[in-house]
Ligand binder design. Structure first.
Ligand SMILES: Nc1nc2c(c(=O)[nH]1)N[C@H]1C(S)=C(S)[C@@H](COP(=O)(O)OP(=O)(O)OC[C@H]3O[C@@H](n4cnc5c(=O)[nH]c(N)nc54)[C@H](O)[C@@H]3O)O[C@H]1N2
Ligand SMILES: Nc1nc2c(c(=O)[nH]1)N[C@H]1C(S)=C(S)[C@@H](COP(=O)(O)OP(=O)(O)OC[C@H]3O[C@@H](n4cnc5c(=O)[nH]c(N)nc54)[C@H](O)[C@@H]3O)O[C@H]1N2
Ligand SMILES: [Mo]
Length: 775
């Protein structure tokens, strides 16, 4: 197939808006997926990769972390429109080769949108730009590793940071954290810091695990499933089948969201006849259109109502037996929840008392409740408290360790959960470090390292000499876009292990190196012991293998574990106790180490080769045990807290469109929300538009206020949209410049991407930053 034609950039003035869709998926979704795949990589590559996705011994979809069934219900095609787009992105035959880099001075690339950058294709060989140079030039792998070693040796480990994006496989992640710790730092920020950190911070101390406590099969048994702060139609489309099946069997589904997301309303299963022709299945029985940030108030009210009902009919709601055996703090919780300020609750949630009571009634009767949540809950100042209130409500009815019940934080990146299991964390436990040290004969540092917001701060303060990024697009994923870009450009060396060009490559350190790597779907067979595979862990703690089979677009790509091994060997020298080379040559060697260091991975090499992989131990789910300080689950008490917009302001959340994967854009549309050919939009309730004196489609500049400071982002178009009153929504990453770095969730330090206070002024025609210039 000839190299596909270059893409056209986004022209924001082409924006078209139609009514939001009321159902997700269906045949249209399959068509879109196939078209995108074929345009990028041709028919044969597309079909070959799509048929192997999420099948036993196949390739794990690089899209999301939603699991496949391990009990045999797997469909012949276990992928969704957006997973297929993720594959198409990676399988593209477009290349950003040395001629391409030579033709584009860095000043040009800085003026391009991320959409344009990402669509230039796969990077084909290592590239470097040094101080005084105006464009990237090819270098050899040896020269790249020698340069990295020189920079790292010239500084101290605490001035180096090693970022990980969640696509990184288990084996790579394990080696990467081992490298950082061998060097002497726990500066291991990761995308989890910006994502579900709040979930871990709430769950670890209360139930003794930072992961979900349900399996996919629990969806077959639950009476009530709540989907809170999550847009599965776009971000976890395969979850819709589980919800539709549950509803058919009689389970009630409750959606809680400021937006009436298409996938939460109706679902057309492309694998079923009615999905092809009919209106599709209804998904939600109840839809609570909550105000952004109102969930803590909602779950406190639900707790209050459940306790009232228990008082009315003792023994029917609260699971006293479970609580007596497994939990503590019920008395205090009951006292705290015995009173409620309904006026404040209605103001916080934007919901009526009746709406909340309807859901409380469903919960009271439920014998098994699953509560699912994602980023709508994790990226606000009071996020950790909100999630603790969910845990409280689950505990009351004993919703742990029984069929059809549990906590289900739905994870993002396909291996973000596994990366943490493999020790990518800036706050490792002593137990982890001791096991690592014993296995390898090294001495890991004990001092905790930087998380991602602390890394941002270090960049801004000039405290980063070397930044290494395993995947990801740090500058664009962070808050405070201008400040992080500026900080990154002052670092000594930035190194990006990447598949495609992105913004972080062009707002680089004084010296910058890009190391092009094989992707999930690429064949990894240049090893003395033959072709290699890797492994991942999904959102429900299932570990399984993943193996690509497609021919790489270039002969000069290296696999991620090989890159880490060669970098580590170059930096740490020949007499280092870790045998990096052996691990790079045969990934079974890495897995053998993992089996001795990571609990639950015993006999890893054999078990990962089983057809459906294996399930990690999950004490709350398996045996109702809670590894907290006291060995019991904890109720917690938080004051009522919610987001309050000052006069003339709205609460702004940022979210993903249907055509993007985080900072990667597949296209220019958000089909389900009816937005076409444009991304610089702010969705606002028409009544708020009127109250604030703005017109639909008016061009505005947006000003966010935080703690006496302001951030500004220019040239957005207002779009009247049925979001909750008092709230607004914009796309990530266009609106990231509006998020002040210090606006974070307490305890988890996750950026407040869904908690900005904004006002609008008519657009003045002045671009405010480089980022806006590219509109
Ligand atoms: N196709 C595709 N798939 C993806 C991704 C992608 O970009 N594209 N990203 C992956 C990653 S890394 C992640 S973490 C996940 C993200 O998955 P999601 O969490 O679904 O992602 P967001 O688009 O941020 O959507 C947040 C949802 O929460 C709602 N929301 C916002 N604020 C509030 C609030 O205060 N309360 C409530 N109840 N709801 C609120 C928004 O309206 C929106 O529906 O998806 C993963 N999967
Ligand atoms: N405003 C706002 N900001 C947010 C969020 C939000 O909801 N709102 N969400 C946050 C969340 S949940 C997350 S997870 C972060 C995401 O932050 P990141 O994980 O840093 O970003 P991604 O966009 O997922 O990374 C995309 C890049 O990964 C590289 N890549 C793709 N495949 C591979 C591969 O196989 N190997 C390697 N080495 N590289 C690869 C490509 O070069 C691509 O440009 O963003 C956060 N930022
Ligand atoms: Mo994420």
């Amino acid at each position: 197939m000839p190299k596909p034609a270059p893409i056209e950039d986004i022209i924001e003035d082409d924006l078209a808006v139609t009514a939001p869709k009321t159902s997700a998926a269906g045949v249209k979704a399959v068509m879109v997926a196939l078209e995108r795949g074929i345009a990028q990589g041709g028919v044969s590559r597309t079909v070959r990769s799509m048929l192997r996705v999420n099948q036993p011994h196949g390739v794990d979809c690089p899209g999301c972390a939603w699991p496949e069934s391990i009990t045999g219900r797997r469909k012949p095609a276990e992928f969704c429109e957006n997973g297929a787009k993720a594959l198409a992105e990676e399988n593209t035959l477009r290349t950003a080769d040395r001629e391409w880099w030579a033709a584009h001075p860095i000043s040009d690339l800085r003026g391009k949108t991320e959409y344009w950058l990402g669509n230039q294709g796969r990077i084909t060989e290592p590239m470097m730009i040094a101080p005084g140079e105006d464009r990237y030039r090819p270098i050899s792998w040896n020269e790249a590793f020698a340069t990295i070693a020189e920079h790292i040796r010239a500084t101290t480990p605490d001035r180096c940071a090693f970022y990980t994006s969640g696509r990184t496989a288990n084996e790579t992640a394990f080696m990467y954290q081992l490298f950082a710790r061998s060097l002497g730092t726990n500066n291991l920020p990761d995308c989890s810091n910006m994502c579900h950190e709040s979930s871990g911070s709430a769950m670890n101390p209360t139930i003794g695990i930072g992961k979900g406590t349900v399996s996919l099969e629990d969806f077959d048994h639950a009476d009530v499933i709540m989907v809170v702060g999550q847009n599965p139609g776009t971000n976890h489309p395969r979850m819709l089948s589980a919800l539709a099946d549950a509803r058919h069997r009689g389970a009630k589904v409750v959606a809680v969201n400021p937006l009436p997301e298409a996938g939460l309303m109706n679902f057309k299963d492309p694998q079923k006849v009615n999905g092809v022709v009919g209106a599709g299945d209804r998904i939600s029985d109840e839809f609570l259109q909550i105000k952004v940030g109102g969930d803590l108030a909602l779950f406190q009210a639900l707790g209050h109502l459940l306790l009232l009902e228990e008082e009315r009919a003792p023994g029917t709601v609260v699971d006293h037996e479970f609580l007596a055996e497994n939990a503590e703090g019920l008395e205090a919780y009951r006292d705290a929840r015995s009173v409620i300020d309904w006026e404040a609750t209605e103001e916080a949630t934007g919901l009526s008392r009746l709406e909340i009571a309807t859901v409380a009634n469903l919960l009271a009767k439920s014998k098994g409740t699953i509560i699912c949540w994602a980023l709508g809950l994790t990226q606000q100042p009071h996020s950790v408290d909100t999630i603790r209130e969910i845990i409280n409500v689950l505990l009351l009815q004993g919703n742990f360790g029984k069929p059809g019940a549990g906590a289900c934080p739905v994870r993002g990146h396909s291996n973000v959960q596994g990366d943490r299991t493999m020790g990518v964390w800036e706050k490792p436990s002593e137990q982890w470090l001791a096991r690592l040290d014993a296995e390898f004969g090294i001495e890991s540092p004990r001092e905790h390292g930087f998380d991602s917001v602390e890394t941002q701060e270090a960049f801004e303060n000039g405290d980063v000499d070397v930044f290494v990024s395993m995947g990801g697009n740090f500058s664009l994923a962070c808050s405070d876009t201008e400040a992080i870009e500026d900080g990154m450009m002052r670092a000594g060396l930035t190194v990006h292990i990447s598949t495609k060009p992105n913004r972080s490559h062009v707002v680089h350190g004084k010296t910058s190196i890009i190391l092009p790597t094989l992707g999930r779907t690429d064949r990894d067979d240049k090893h003395p012991s033959g072709p290699q595979f890797l492994s991942v862990e999904d959102s429900m703690s299932v570990v399984k293998s993943t193996q690509g089979r497609l021919a790489p677009v270039s002969d000069h790509l290296l696999a991620e574990p090989v890159i880490v091994a060669r970098m580590a060997a170059a930096v740490l020298g020949d007499d280092h106790p870790v045998d990096w080379k052996a691990m790079a040559e045969d990934y079974d060697v890495i897995r053998d180490h993992i089996s001795r260091v990571v609990p639950g991975f015993e006999d890893f090499n054999a078990r990962v080769r089983q057809r459906n992989g294996f399930v990690l131990p999950n004490p709350p789910r398996d045996t109702r045990s809670f590894a907290t300080d006291s060995g019991r689950a904890h109720f917690t008490i938080s004051p009522l807290e919610y987001l309050m917009a000052p006069e003339g302001h709205l609460i702004l959340q940022t979210m993903r469109s249907h055509d993007q994967y985080n900072t990667t854009f597949y296209g220019q549309d958000d089909r389900y929300r009816g937005i076409k050919d444009g991304r610089r939009v702010i969705l606002v309730n028409p009544e708020d538009l009127e109250a604030l004196g703005f017109e639909d489609r008016q061009l505005v500049d947006v000003i966010s206020s935080f703690s006496g400071t302001e951030r500004r982002a220019n040239r957005f178009r207002l779009v009247g949209y049925p979001t909750a009153r008092g709230c607004a929504a914009a796309y990530y990453p266009e609106a990231n410049g509006l998020v002040h770095r210090e606006l974070v969730a307490r305890e988890s330090n996750t950026p407040g991407y869904k908690a900005m206070m904004v006002r609008f002024v008519p657009h003045t025609g002045e671009p405010s930053s480089t980022f806006d210039d590219r509109a």
